[in-house]
Design a protein around this ligand. Sequence first.
Ligand SMILES: Cc1ncc(COP(=O)(O)O)c(C=O)c1O
Length: 391
Amino acid sequence: MNALYRAMEEELALLREKGRYRFLRDLETPQGVEIVVDGKRYLNFSSNDYLGLASSGFLTGAAGELAKRWGVGAGASRLICGNMEVHRELEVEMARFKGTEECLVFSTGYMANLGIVSTLGTPETTVFSDELNHASIIDGCRMSRAKVLVYRHRDVDHLEDLLKKDENPRKVIITDGVFSMDGDIAPLPELCELKEKYGAFLVVDDAHATGVIGTGGRGTASHFGVTERVDIHMGTFSKALGTCGAYICTSRLVRDYFVNRCRPFIFNTGLPPLIAALTLVSLRHLMKHPDLPSRLREKVHLFSSVMGEEGYPLSSETPILPVIVGGDRETVAVSRRLMEEGFFVYGVRPPTVPEGTGRLRVTVTAAHEEEQIISCARTIARVMRSVRETT
Ligand SMILES: Cc1ncc(COP(=O)(O)O)c(C=O)c1O
């Protein structure tokens, strides 16, 4: 066996030993509240399908006709010949929804973040990034040629210290709107003040905020009433909108610059037109039902209040509800016990979250029934208690 294969085997053995080994589970059903894995039915509290749209009849029902109209794959990058009218229609609608001048659609959120940070991150630039930003932002920082300064999570004083000391003329502040593993919300009004005071450019990743917070699900800036003060609103279609792909909502100038300079946009096959068309259907559904996010919020509050009664108070205002377990093995044990009880609740461990903060990342969706939510919260509390007693 050559050295590389040997190294892989050793590394995987180490991950197993530490309780950090990951593997793929095959769902035998579409995404939804009830899923089947290995022939067993579970109540699913792990997806990002916050509005329950991923397998909804109005989307699956529209797919056949839309596939006939637009085909499935884009067949080329958008700058060559993979740009259909439906991409533009989606961008126009998305810009209208977010209240920005323009929008540019990407094939995934990961690509969009790589693109944003690497395009803005020239050698004359400093990127200021929250320490709990999503991995795609971190990878974008690694890919960029900018100086990268990481500020403590949501700590605007720390950010200001760094901004004050930095001498680069170009400054970019980037933050998740809703943090993907903690469900807390970035302090956008304060970030807007800092960006204005120090002449910086502000990017907000609304992957978990789109369709979830703000007026009718318009995201974090809408939640705080600061839409015009944010330079790029990035977000994904892969979560609450139930499809896949991503957007940046921004000015005409920035869009034009990205079309010319953003490598992950330029050198990537366009978002499949079928998906663009379905996303448009999903977005219009959300615009027609602006009460959907508030229905979701009621379910979130129900879960939090039951957990509070059980002695596990949660502070998240969003559908991402972390229940901290601690050690990696303990996290895996709690998640396994929940599976035995019929609940699919993913246990997240480092490096996705900081050392010692392994957690159940519970997500509640608008599609969950109240009894399912209550039963999940009570079962989690019981399992947490019993695992604590035995470890
Ligand atoms: C905050 C955040 N940004 C970006 C992404 C990447 O989005 P996508 O899954 O569409 O590539 C994710 C997804 O997991 C995310 O949680």
